[in-house]
Design a protein around this ligand. Sequence first.
Ligand SMILES: CC(C)(COP(=O)(O)OP(=O)(O)OC[C@H]1O[C@@H](n2cnc3c(N)ncnc32)[C@H](O)[C@@H]1OP(=O)(O)O)[C@@H](O)C(=O)NCCC(=O)NCCS
Length: 173
Amino acid sequence: MEGRSEALTLVEIIDARDNQGAAMAARDWGYAQWGAGNLARTEHAAWFQQTFLKSPMLEAAVPVCLVALVEGAPAATACLVGDDGLGPPYDPIAGATPWIASVYTAPAFRRRGLAAHLVRACLDRLAAVSVDQVYLYTPDQQRLYANLGFEAVALARTRQGEEVTVMWRRVSP
Ligand SMILES: CC(C)(COP(=O)(O)OP(=O)(O)OC[C@H]1O[C@@H](n2cnc3c(N)ncnc32)[C@H](O)[C@@H]1OP(=O)(O)O)[C@@H](O)C(=O)NCCC(=O)NCCS
């Protein structure tokens, strides 16, 4: 049986607005993982800046890009957005909002619970402002999210044609 990795210590979760290095790491991981091939790096950078770094609503839970620092260095990220781009019927107008998006852990830090920790931090942020439901979609990480209380609600396709599972949970257990 595969042994468990050591849990990480000295993990701090911050808002990307509070640390330039963390913001740039989250932006660049997002581009490498999901943006490249779909849009130019400069377009992605402008979107990231506008969405997560320039939001005037500093007290709002959404949008936000959270970054996990391990011993002070960026190691993983997860974001909350109003609309994660699936289109109807999953746009905010149909009530499917907010979304956990861009969950990413740097390869050296995987399988230590960082993604789970960040997803829980997103839920805490939503609970603090009394948002009672949250969505996400994934092509292949259904088990990770099911273990965090998400239920599959539908199959869908992204605008790039990738088949994904839409998942949902109540914010409060
Ligand atoms: C998917 C991804 C975000 C997971 O990040 P992670 O930080 O490794 O996630 P976690 O450590 O919380 O959980 C991953 C697995 O490790 C297990 N795990 C958690 N802590 C562990 C430990 N100390 N020892 C061993 N395994 C552990 C979890 O149970 C989970 O198991 P599962 O795959 O059977 O569900 C990461 O692999 C990644 O960035 N992939 C590329 C981008 C991507 O696919 N993002 C998701 C888009 S929906």
